[in-house]
Design a protein around this ligand. Structure first.
Ligand code: S3P
Length: 450
C-alpha cells in the first residue's frame, strides 16, 4: 500500500545469549515470481511457503487487478489461476506496489507486451526510486511510457500491441531489470536475449524453465547470455518457496555478535546467486555451519547454525561478490562493527538506490551509535570495535527501509546501550514476524516513545 500507518518506534536492548530455532518466512524474490508467473500460466499454480509480507501481498493484489485469480487457502498456501501469456486484462484501478521495487518492476515487464494500459504507484520510498532502468528496455519492445521527471512513479505504461523481441545488455547489475525484460519477452514473438556482465539472482530463469518456457543461459566473455523463446504456453506448477536467506541474515548475524548465542535457522535457500553474505561471514571468522544440505524445488537449501563469534576480523569484501549479497550489506556492516579491524565494501553503488540510500542510512545510524564509518559514491568502510565494543545509545532512522530497521535493532542486541529506531513499521514488508521471532530467541525489543 502506498503510505504507511503511524511510525512504530522501537528500542532494542543488549540481549543475553540468543538461543533456539529461527523459522524465517519464505523468500521474497521467489514469492513475487511465483505469483507473477502463476498468473501468466494457463490453469492453477499451487504455492506453499509464500511470504505473506506486505510487498508480496501487494503483488498478489496486482495480479488480481490484471485478471488472474489469487486465493489463500491457509498460512503460506496459495493458488493462482493464471490467464496465460498475453492474457492480462486492463486494470480498472491504479496498481499500488507499496514499497516494492521488485513488485513494480517485474509487473511492468509482465504487462509491457500486452495491448493494455496500467498506471503504477507506490509509497514515498518507491516513488523516489529510478524506473528508467526498466522502462528504457521495455520501450525497445514497443511499450509506451509516461511518468514523472527522472523516470519516477507514478507512471503509466501502454503495452506494445505488436511487440518485437529484444536483445539487451543490462547496464547495471540488477535482477529486477533482467527479469522485467525476460517477462516482457514472454509475449514477444521470436527470441529475446538478455546479457548481464555480472551474475545476479537467477530465480526468474529457474522458474521460467520450471513453467516450461524455452530458456537457455550461456556463459560467454560478455557475461551471462540468456535466451528466451517468446509466446510459450506456461504450464502451472506446484511451488514450494524456500525460506529467505536475506531474512535469515538477521538472526544469523545477531547470534554471531551476542555473547553465548547458538541459533539454528532451518531450510534456508542457498542459491549461489544469493549466498554471498554467508561466504563473507565465514571469511571474517564467523562460527557458521551449513547442515543437512539438500535441494528443494530446484533451489539448494540447508540449515544454518550460527554461534557467538568473538574472533571475527574485518576484511576487504570481494567486489565481485556484491550482487550475491546486495541486500545484506546493512546487516554485514553491523557485524563488521563488532569485528576487529576495518571492513571495506567496494563496488556497491547500487546500495544508493534501494528502498533507501543504504550507505547513507547505515553510515549515519552507525555513527550515531559511536562507530566510525567512511564512505564514498560506491564504497564504504566500517572500523570494527571488537566484541562488545560498540557504545550504542543512538537514535536511528529507518527511511521506510525494512532492512535498515532490522539492522539497527540487531545492533542494539549487542551494543552497550540501547539503540532506538524511529520507525520499525517497514519491517512488515518482508519479515512480518521479525519481532516475535527475535524475542523468542531472547532479544529484548520493545515499542518505545519517540
Ligand atoms: C531483487 C533484486 C535486487 C534486490 C531486491 C530483490 C529481485 O534488486 O535488491 O531486494 O527479487 O529481483 P536489483 O535488481 O535492483 O539489484
Amino acid at each position: 500500500m502506498s503510505g504507511h500507518g503511524d511510525p512504530v518506534p522501537m528500542t532494542s536492548r543488549r540481549a543475553e545469549a540468543l538461543r533456539g530455532v529461527a523459522e524465517v518466512p519464505g523468500d521474497k524474490s521467489i514469492s513475487h515470481r511465483a505469483l507473477i508467473l502463476g498468473a501468466m500460466a494457463v490453469g492453477e499454480t499451487r504455492i506453499t511457503g509464500l511470504l505473506e509480507g506486505q510487498d508480496v501481498l501487494d503483488t498478489a493484489r496486482a495480479m488480481r487487478a490484471f485478471g488472474a485469480g489469487v486465493e489463500q487457502h491457509g498460512p503460506g498456501e496459495w493458488s493462482v489461476f493464471g490467464v496465460g501469456v498475453g492474457g492480462f486484462a486492463e486494470p480498472e484501478q491504479v496498481i499500488d506496489c507499496g514499497n516494492s521495487g521488485t513488485g513494480v518492476r517485474l509487473i511492468m515487464g509482465a504487462m509491457a507486451t500486452s495491448p493494455i494500459a496500467a498506471t503504477f504507484t507506490g509509497d514515498a520510498s518507491l516513488n523516489g526510486r529510478p524506473m528508467a532502468r526498466v522502462t528504457d528496455p521495455l520501450a525497445l519492445f514497443g511499450t509506451q511510457v509516461m511518468g514523472r521527471s527522472g523516470g519516477r512513479l507514478p507512471m503509466t505504461l501502454t503495452g506494445a500491441a505488436e511487440p518485437v523481441p529484444v536483445r539487451y545488455t543490462v547496464p547495471v547489475p540488477s535482477a529486477q531489470v533482467k527479469s522485467a525484460v525476460l517477462l516482457a519477452g514472454l509475449n514477444a514473438p521470436g527470441q529475446t536475449v538478455v546479457i548481464e556482465a555480472e551474475a545476479t539472482r537467477d530465480h526468474t530463469e529457474r522458474m521460467l524453465a520450471g513453467f516450461g518456457a524455452d530458456i537457455a543461459t550461456e556463459m560467454t566473455e560478455a557475461g551471462r547470455v540468456i535466451t528466451l523463446t517468446g509466446q510459450p504456453e506456461l504450464r502451472p506448477q506446484a511451488i514450494d518457496v524456500p525460506r529467505d536467506p536475506s531474512s535469515a541474515a538477521f538472526p544469523v548475524c545477531a547470534a554471531l555478535i551476542c555473547e553465548g548465542s547458538d541459533v539454528l535457522v532451518p531450510g534456508i535457500g542457498l542459491n549461489p546467486t544469493r549466498a554471498g553474505l554467508y561466504e563473507t561471514l565465514r571469511d571474517m571468522g564467523a562460527d557458521l555451519t551449513y547442515e543437512n544440505m539438500r535441494e528443494e524445488g530446484g533451489e539448494p537449501v540447508a540449515d544454518l547454525r550460527a554461534r557467538y563469534s568473538p574472533d571475527m576480523k574485518g576484511i576487504e569484501v570481494p567486489p565481485e561478490r556484491a550482487a550475491s549479497m546486495i541486500d545484506e550489506y546493512p546487516i554485514l556492516s553491523v557485524v563488521a562493527a563488532f569485528a576487529e579491524g576495518r571492513t571495506m565494501m567496494r563496488g556497491v553503488r547500487e546500495l544508493r538506490v534501494k528502498e533507501s540510500d543504504r550507505i547513507a542510512a547505515m553510515a549515519t545510524g552507525l555513527r550515531a551509535n559511536g562507530v566510525t564509518v567512511e564512505d564514498g559514491p560506491d564504497w564504504w568502510a566500517v572500523s570494527g570495535m571488537g566484541p562488545g565494543g560498540v557504545p550504542g545509545g543512538g537514535m536511528t532512522a529507518s527511511h521506510l527501509d525494512h532492512r535498515i530497521a532490522m539492522s539497527f535493532l540487531s545492533l542494539g542486541m549487542a551494543a552497550k546501550k540501547a539503540v532506538r529506531v524511529d520507525d520499525a513499521g517497514p519491517i512488515a514488508t518482508s519479515f512480518p514476524i521479525f519481532g516475535t521471532l527475535m524475542a523468542g530467541l531472547g532479544a529484548r525489543i520493545e515499542r518505545s516513545n519517540r
